[in-house]
Design a protein around this ligand. Structure first.
Ligand code: SAM
Ligand code: ZN
Length: 276
């Protein structure tokens, strides 16, 4: 004899909002009551669909999955789409292993006749303003009601943890870049150029990311540039030495002038190269 499993729930009007879902019989804690069914959407598809009802623009049948998809209970959904939100819920969503399906599970023993409720904890990408909270206002009436169905803001501790995680990620990325740069074969002169303060990490990164042939080509070009510069610097020094012999000024003033001159020469050289 095949026994049909009796449903745990029934759909009927709720005092909270529209339709609601109620326990048809006592439901033990941990019971998987029903799956939140519906069409799978990408966030872009969900945004394009929203709002469904212009009279109630913030009404939602969406349930976001951790695999990035959104279940639209409004398309191909089942009775789960009528479950209302509460800040003091008796149910919660449990995902399967790959985060592709979600089930509504009893968080505690639920007596026959009780309304089934879970915390929507809506996630909104925009800044959470008072207006937005009002758009998603909660009427659950629980003592600990947040006043909104939007997810609570992370605590200071959670924010600090998130910031620390982000910093760790950035540090790991930098480490990986440094490691990559160390592994990249470079000729002695190119190494020397990289060690100079004006060589930015971006330049190093670009070279390491180029195919081997192009990187070598770039290195030999920079070698020629370096040679030219070295020769010019030597020439300049010689000229300045000769000039300083004839001058009777304070060392510091002299130094400033030299720096000034060097700076101007540098600018000229840059301009010249551009014109070529
Ligand atoms: C998935 S539907 C739930 C079924 C809904 N009662 C109906 O009849 O369409 C979600 C919508 O119900 C309303 N809702 C659910 N719980 C609510 C609550 N605690 N306070 C205010 N509105 C609620 C909101 O408009 C929400 O977008
Ligand atoms: Zn509430």
């Amino acid at each position: 004899m095949v026994t049909q499993r009796q449903p745990w729930h029934v759909v009927k009007p709720s005092k909270l909002h529209g339709n609601g879902v109620f326990a048809l019989r006592d439901i033990p804690s941990g019971t998987r009551i029903l799956q939140y069914a519906g069409k799978r959407l990408t966030p872009e598809q969900a945004d394009a669909l929203f709002p469904v009802n212009p009279d109630e623009p913030f009404h939602t049948f969406f349930f976001a999955l951790s695999n990035g998809k959104i279940v639209d209970g409004g398309q191909g959904g089942n009775d789960s789409r009528w479950i209302n939100h509460s800040c003091a819920p008796n149910c919660e969503g449990h995902e399967n292993q790959d985060g592709s399906r979600v089930f509504i599970v009893a968080m505690r023993d639920i007596a026959a006749g009780e309304e089934l409720l879970y915390d929507y904890s809506l996630v909104i990408d925009d800044e959470i303003t008072e207006e937005l909270k009002q758009n998603y206002r909660c009427l659950c009436g629980a003592a600990q009601c947040r006043g909104t169905m939007i997810a609570p803001l992370p605590s200071a501790e959670e924010r600090a943890q998130a910031a620390a995680d982000e910093l760790r990620e950035v540090a790991a990325e930098l480490d990986a870049e440094m490691e990559q740069a160390r592994k990249t074969p470079v000729k002695a002169k190119a190494k020397k150029a990289a060690a100079r303060p004006k060589a930015t990490p971006q330049t190093d990164k670009d070279v390491s990311n180029l195919p081997q042939e192009s990187a070598e080509q770039k290195n030999s070009e920079s070698e020629i540039e370096e040679d030219k510069k070295d020769k010019k610097e030597k020439k300049d020094k010689k000229k300045k030495k000769e000039k300083s012999k004839n001058k009777d000024k304070k060392k510091s003033k002299d130094k400033d002038k030299k720096a000034d001159k060097k700076d101007k020469e540098g600018k000229k050289a840059k301009k010249g190269r551009k014109k070529e």
